[in-house]
Ligand binder design. Structure first.
Ligand SMILES: NC(=O)c1ccc[n+]([C@@H]2O[C@H](COP(=O)([O-])OP(=O)(O)OC[C@H]3O[C@@H](n4cnc5c(N)ncnc54)[C@H](O)[C@@H]3O)[C@@H](O)[C@H]2O)c1
Length: 254
């Protein structure tokens, strides 16, 4: 028996990385998946991978940082599905700059996608889920939802805000049957991370060593935790920020 059989899930940023792995995992668990992404071509590839395994997925072109685009995407889903069970807010971008080098455009770019995008999608999904009295939302935060790092001000602030958005929506909607949780990945081997490594902005070897499990996360590690928080066996879990980081955020020694 598939744990999410018959459920309808919207996932943002499913074209690559953690989002693609999560789309595949949701579909493996039986959910029908709608991917909202700006990169339609790559998102279509995710859909084909799901279809090859016997699942159902489709893409809707939308930018999460544009509330009109998000609302239009959810209206499209209303017409197609008529009901929505799950939302995974995964789309996100990095923001690796020294605080004094962040101009207005850069600040708004990171906040627009990482924070406004999560709010716009949660609001659109919440309207539908609260009206039905059921649903689950999982936001993808970061270890930087929990702790700080230098030269990442916009990223850290946006992801810390996602953790608080998670808790606030969770307590507001708990009595309405809607759960809201956050998965906080540590460093995960994805195109985003590889790009930062090749630009010399991070040191993957040092990060591996800094992680108690001595390895980076995989997209599948994150995907499985998202699925768990969506499943009925997570029915009493809401308002939580779950670090999935190989012990990285628990570690406080040298
Ligand atoms: N990779 C890591 O090490 C890591 C660690 C912690 C948290 N995260 C978080 O996990 C999430 C996914 O990260 P990833 O590494 O898979 O990134 P990625 O760059 O591989 O994928 C990001 C996805 O978001 C989509 N996207 C970007 N802007 C968008 C927009 N405006 N509207 C809709 N879609 C948009 C991209 O097209 C892509 O599909 C992000 O929220 C990221 O902050 C990643």
């Amino acid at each position: 028996m598939q744990s999410l059989a018959g459920l309808r899930a919207v996932l943002t940023g499913g074209a690559t990385g953690i989002g693609r792995a999560t789309a595949l995992a949701l579909a493996d668990a039986g959910a029908e998946v709608a991917i909202l992404d700006i990169d339609v071509q790559s998102a279509e590839l995710t859909c084909r991978q799901i279809a090859d395994k016997g699942g159902t997925a489709f893409t809707i072109a939308a930018s999460v940082s544009d509330s009109a685009s998000v609302d239009a995407a959810f209206s499209t889903l209303d017409a197609r599905w008529g009901r929505l069970d799950l939302l995974v807010n995964n789309a996100g971008v990095s923001g690796n700059r020294a605080a004094l080098e962040i101009d207005d455009t850069e600040w708004q770019r990171v906040m627009g996608i990482n924070l406004n995008g999560v709010f716009f999608c949660a609001r659109a999904a919440g309207r539908r889920m609260v009206a039905r009295g059921q649903g689950a939302i999982v936001n993808v935060g970061s270890i930087y939802s929990l702790v700080a790092a230098p030269e990442r001000l916009s990223y850290c602030v946006s992801k810390a805000a996602v953790a608080m958005l998670t808790k606030t929506l969770a307590i507001e909607w708990a009595s309405k049957g809607v759960r809201v949780n956050c998965v906080a990945p540590g460093y995960v081997q994805t195109p985003l991370l590889e790009a930062l490594d090749s630009e010399g902005r991070i040191d993957l070897a040092a990060l591996r060593q800094r992680t108690p499990q001595q390895r980076l996360g995989t997209p599948e590690d994150i995907a499985q935790s998202v699925v768990y928080l969506c499943e009925p066996r997570g029915a009493h879990i809401t308002g939580q920020v779950l670090a999935v980081d190989g012990g990285w955020s628990a570690y406080g020694y040298i």
